[in-house]
Unconditional design. Structure first.
Length: 206
């Protein structure tokens, strides 16, 4: 588990927002140890809300993934790349994942991905069909905990930054991203993660 703590200075965040993030105290997050699972999560999250994405992920895992027993009951692993490549169009359609099929069925990923530095992995992931900067950044953040590559112009970061600090930020994704990057400075990665953590604790992330 990695632990994130808001820095008391070295950034230009509004005082109220800085105080709200500092008040979180140490925030622990377990990074996803499975790059394929992190990648699949980010693909399914495309163009739909987080709550719906979680339902699709679970349904797909229960249909085609491996069942494992845990102290809290059964769970299902997300299907392996080899399993997914063998699925036909009807299987993706039945699961509501037709749009996501080209990326999930990409079969040329390999051990090379595991050796790449965050920025290189970010670029490599975008060579996959229908994978852009949003999905690549979310994957890298989840797998390597480099939140400077997370799509920090995303609605979730905008929403929680505004609610936590009571300060209005630019509405557009691109304008907010520029303002957020300038305000967080060298602490972009940590403060992005903490803004999202604030939302998990205080808001509805669905």
């Amino acid at each position: 588990m990695d632990v994130f703590v808001a820095p008391p200075g070295g950034h230009r965040l509004p005082a109220a927002l800085s105080s709200a993030l500092v008040a979180l105290g140490p925030v622990g997050r377990v990074r996803n140890p499975d790059l394929w699972d992190a990648f699949a999560n980010s693909i399914i999250r495309q163009v739909i809300r987080a709550g719906h994405a979680r339902k699709l992920y679970r349904r797909f895992a229960e249909a085609f993934g491996e069942r494992v027993e845990t102290p809290h009951g059964p769970a299902w692993l997300f299907p392996s790349p080899e399993t997914i490549v063998d699925l036909d169009d009807d299987a993706f359609r039945a699961m509501g994942l037709t749009f996501h099929a080209p990326a999930l069925a990409y079969s040329e990923r390999g051990e090379k991905w595991l050796t790449l530095a965050p920025c290189d992995l970010f670029e490599e992931l975008q060579t996959v069909t229908r994978v852009g900067s949003w999905s690549a950044g979310a994957t890298v953040a989840d797998f390597l905990h480099d939140w400077s590559l997370y799509p920090y112009g995303d609605r979730a970061v905008r929403t929680w930054a505004t609610r936590a600090g009571g300060t209005l930020w630019p509405d557009s994704e691109s304008e907010f991203a520029r303002a957020w990057q300038a305000a967080t400075g060298a602490h972009l990665s940590t403060l992005t993660l903490l803004a999202l953590a604030w939302g998990v604790i205080h808001g509805d992330t669905g």
